[in-house]
Design a protein around this ligand. Sequence first.
Ligand code: PMP
Length: 419
Amino acid sequence: MLDRAEGIYMWDTDGKRYIDGSSGAMVSNIGHSNPAVLDAMRAQMKKSTFGYRLHFQTEASELLAAKTAALAPEGLNKIFFVSGGSEAVESTLKMARRYALTQGQSQRFKMISRYPSYHGCTLGALAITGYAPMAAPFDPMMMRMPKVAAPRAYLDGLDADDPATGLHYANMLEAKILEEGADTVLAFIVEPVGGASTGALVPPAGYMQRIREICTHYGVLLIHDEVMTGGGRTGHFFGAEHWGVVPDLVSISKGFGGGYVPLGAMIARDDIVEAVMSAGGFIQSFTYAGNPLACAAGCAVLDEIEKHDLTGNGARMGDVLAQRLHGLMQRYPLIGDVRGKGLLTAFELMADRDTKAPLPAALNAHSRLVDIAYDNGLIIYSRRTRGGTSGDHFLVCPPMIWCSRTRPATWLISCRSWA
Ligand code: PMP
């Protein structure tokens, strides 16, 4: 049971200390109990803890909107606050549809996503989440949205650094758009770096740029789901900055509130919002959206990231972590792949590195290794996915305040007995 947390550490009620090697679920990017954030929250609480946004704007929400817009790609200055990742994703889907209607394109309703992928657990977000077992129990309530393969070059035996590989996977999107009927496709949603679904999978060279071109060509809105990658975790504030690509709509959450408050946002292209607003407005009424306490905490989180260059530190520490994990990979054949960007880092266990065969599911490696780490005072985040067809991967994503004197990888020695 969790008792308290500070910096990169967490203590249970027995007094045992853990390194938070996954920042919760890639949320506590600036570490726990940051004094500046707690002060900002206390100051806001003394003024007001809640004000309904249809009654009052607050200084906190206006400031956070301005700070977020300043960080966002050029041309995306419209910020809609929500309270989490699924809400942020749903908002982008709804905004896309509302925009299509203003353009006289009511036939556009298909939202293409990738398989595997994760975009949230509300019914709308689940419709585009590429993980069939999560959606299946809700049939026939589920919308069935088209999916294309996520580019997993390492499994397909392709060179991720070769632009032909990026082109190969992007062509699959184009083929899917044509198969569905280009004028029926509303949007394509993509995690710039894969999160829970693919385990920090970085897209192959040229992929992000080419899907942008394809979406523009067919009038399909490009949505970047930056719920996990946003907030500096990959070494840029937004993950897509690595490829210089500007989407039409963005969802963020997790590191945006930094684990201090439930907070998320949709960030939208100015002209999209202007068109929707002049056609009657964007009707969405999450009660807690933009509440002053969440926004005050969000402002302090962004200030701390900037003041201490935590994005830069995360990028540097990401290199250190990747180096150490690659070192372990050389020693332990069980580690089949190490990947990621910045401190969104993962490794995958495989039975055979050459054939990429996963470990037998019955071995339950993903939960066993998490238990070993836990016993050794380290928290990591694991999934067995490859869309149900693989693969034990582990996200090692400490807070961006991590410095290399703490060594979250040493516990891996414990898995020697499996090799
Ligand atoms: N999108 C992505 C990329 C995510 O990683 C997550 C959460 N893991 C979500 C959406 C959903 O966020 P939430 O759990 O806050 O609803």
